[in-house]
Each structure stands twice: as structure tokens, then as C-alpha cells.
Design a protein around this ligand. Structure first.
Ligand code: GH3
Ligand code: MG
Ligand code: MG
Ligand code: MG
Length: 311
């Protein structure tokens, strides 16, 4: 029931508790006071967070790129460096445009605090900060940052990973395969004659078909499989710890099951098929090359008659 507020509140509290319990947020903290910095580092680490502590603001950009924190905690006055000026600079870098920045300072002047926020800070914590307050603030902020991140990385029509995140995950899995000698499979899927579906039944019905395939993939594949919407009606799958025969078998079964679905449009009933090309991740130098190989196999499948899988 979407408007049952008490039920929604309960559900959210439960999710939040679970999310926070398993959270391993990444916090970068910048302060020119080395002693204080070390104290914060200890407090945050023992609060279950991964911490990168930086006393030299001149290394801010390289450390951010290296550590990729969920949130940034920063002092206001750091010798020749002014925290709010650094925050404004970060807001002009597309990569750090939305990084949550929380300032702390002993400054209690409200105008000055406002100025800090106007320059790109998200929040302001007045020193001295109690240990518990620091940990809880950092954990909640990390959690929110990750939720937002997830939201922007998911495709709104299907809920699957968007192109960029799917590619990142693919490359991560490729690296894992290379390191541990695992066998994993990448597959590219493309709906067959989909232009005809749109032309005959309209774009809205086309979207219903895309969602149906997404749901089938999500429900039938393992929770550790990576499923991305790679293009409009193209999907990428990464199946970790899976050998080729297994992958082909699974995909062929999915082809058959999808082809059996019946869609309705106005007065017509119709069905749709998809084709897939697969490649073994560890047979290629890069994730990129593995995708190209899967794409090539997909193209061959299309020429060989569609509605099936080609290695
Ligand atoms: P083939 O079997 O060779 O793949 O033929 P096809 O007609 O499916 O050709 P192609 O894959 O090139 O066509 C993609 C079509 O999918 C073109 C575009 O109109 C449609 N499409 C792409 N994204 C979407 C979408 O989000 N919604 C809908 N309804 N259609 C989309
Ligand atoms: Mg200072
Ligand atoms: Mg296509
Ligand atoms: Mg197509």
C-alpha cells in the first residue's frame, strides 16, 4: 500500500538499520592539525569506517582520485589553504560536483558558517565534535551518499545498471578473473527486430517488452550476476564463476522462455525474441576486448537467424 505511512516508516527504519549495520563507508578527512587529525582518524576507523587522513591540502585532488571517498570532512582554516575555497574549486570539477563536504571549525559566527555553505560545503559541524557525533554523522552521510550514487547509476526504466556502471563492474570482474584465475562469462543481448515492434505497436509497448526481458533476467540469474542495460534494447551480462557451457545453457533456456511470453497491444497479440553473443572473460587482455568478442558473436548470431546464443 503506497500511502500507508506507518508501514513505509517501519520498512524504511528496517532498511536503514540493515544498511547502516553493513556499511563500510569511505571518509576522507583533511585538517592541518596533525594531532587532531590522528584523533579523528582513530575515532572514525574504530567506528567501522575506512579513513584516509590528509594534513597537506595541496595533495587534496590526487588523494581524492586515489581514495574515492563517499564523503569529505574538512577543516575551515588550514594555513595557506582555505577550506571553503577548496570546496568551491571541487564544485567546478565534474567528478567532485556532488561529493558531500562537511566542514568543521571552532568558528561560531553564523555569517561565516553561511559563507562556508555558499561556497560549496554541504554542512557545518562546530568543534569540538564528540566522538560519537563524528562517527554517526559520517556513517549516515556515507550511507546517503551511497544510496544517491546507486540511484543515479540505475536505469530508470528497468532498474538495471546503466552503461557506465555495468562497464566498471565488468572491468572489476575481469581484474578478479585475471588475479584468481576464475572463469567468468560476459554476454551481450539484443532484442530481435525490435524496430518492427516499435513501428507496429508503438514505443510504449516497446518499453513494456524491454521491461519484461529485464525482469526475466533479474529473476532468473544469480544475485551475483551483473546485469546492465547497455543501450536502448541491448543488455550486458557478467556471470562470475561460470563456465561457458553453463552460461550457454542458461542463456538458451532464457531465450526459449522469453520467446514464449505473449504481449498484448490493442487488438494484437505478439511475441519477441532476443539473440546473445558470449565470450569468456579470462580469454581476453581487457574487459573491453571481451565485450567486443561477445558483440561479434552476437552479430554472428543475428546473421545466423537470431533467437539463440553464439560463442
Ligand atoms: P536486430 O534484430 O538486427 O537487432 O533488429 P532491430 O530492429 O532490433 O535493430 P536494432 O537493434 O539496431 O534496433 C534498435 C531499435 O530499438 C531502434 C530503436 O527504435 C529501439 N529502441 C532503442 N531503445 C529503445 C527504448 O528505450 N524503448 C523502445 N521502445 N525502443 C527502443
Ligand atoms: Mg586548522
Ligand atoms: Mg540494438
Ligand atoms: Mg535489436
Amino acid at each position: 500500500e503506497p500511502h500507508d505511512i506507518p508501514a513505509l516508516v517501519d520498512r524504511v527504519e528496517q532498511l536503514l538499520a540493515e544498511g547502516l549495520a553493513t556499511l563500510t563507508g569511505r571518509v576522507m578527512i583533511v585538517d592541518d592539525d596533525k594531532e587532531l587529525l590522528e584523533h579523528y582518524r582513530l575515532v572514525l576507523s574504530s567506528g567501522g569506517l575506512q579513513v584516509r587522513a590528509l594534513d597537506d591540502p595541496s595533495r587534496l585532488l590526487s588523494e581524492l582520485a586515489d581514495f574515492r571517498p563517499d564523503i569529505l570532512l574538512m577543516d575551515v582554516q588550514m594555513g595557506q589553504y582555505d577550506g571553503p575555497v577548496l570546496a568551491r574549486m571541487l564544485r567546478f570539477q565534474s567528478e567532485w560536483l556532488s561529493l558531500p563536504i562537511i566542514f568543521f571549525s571552532s568558528e561560531e559566527d553564523r555569517d561565516l558558517q553561511l559563507d562556508v555553505l555558499a561556497r560549496g560545503g554541504d554542512d557545518f559541524v562546530t568543534k569540538p565534535v564528540s566522538d560519537q557525533f563524528l562517527v554517526r554523522t559520517a556513517r549516515i552521510r556515507c550511507y546517503r551518499a551511497r544510496q544517491l550514487d546507486k540511484l543515479v547509476s540505475l536505469d530508470s526504466l528497468t532498474g538495471l545498471l546503466k552503461h557506465a556502471l555495468a562497464k566498471t563492474e565488468l572491468n572489476r570482474e575481469h581484474a578478479r578473473c585475471a588475479r584468481y584465475g576464475h572463469s567468468s562469462v560476459v554476454a551481450m543481448l539484443d532484442l530481435d527486430h525490435f524496430k518492427q515492434v516499435n513501428d507496429s505497436y508503438g514505443h510504449g509497448t516497446g518499453d513494456v517488452v524491454i521491461k519484461a526481458l529485464s525482469n526475466l533476467l533479474r529473476h532468473r540469474l544469480r544475485s551475483t550476476d551483473i546485469i546492465g542495460r547497455y543501450g536502448g534494447e541491448e543488455f550486458v551480462l557478467v556471470m562470475p564463476e561460470c563456465v561457458m557451457n553453463e552460461a550457454v545453457e542458461i542463456l538458451e533456456a532464457l531465450c526459449q522462455d522469453f520467446a514464449r511470453l505473449v504481449f498484448n497491444a490493442e487488438s494484437a497479440e505478439f511475441s519477441v525474441t532476443f539473440s546473445a553473443g558470449v565470450a569468456a572473460l579470462n580469454a581476453y587482455e581487457t574487459g573491453e576486448q571481451a565485450i567486443e568478442a561477445a558483440d561479434k558473436a552476437l552479430y554472428q548470431r543475428k546473421r545466423a537467424g537470431r533467437n539463440g546464443v553464439t560463442v
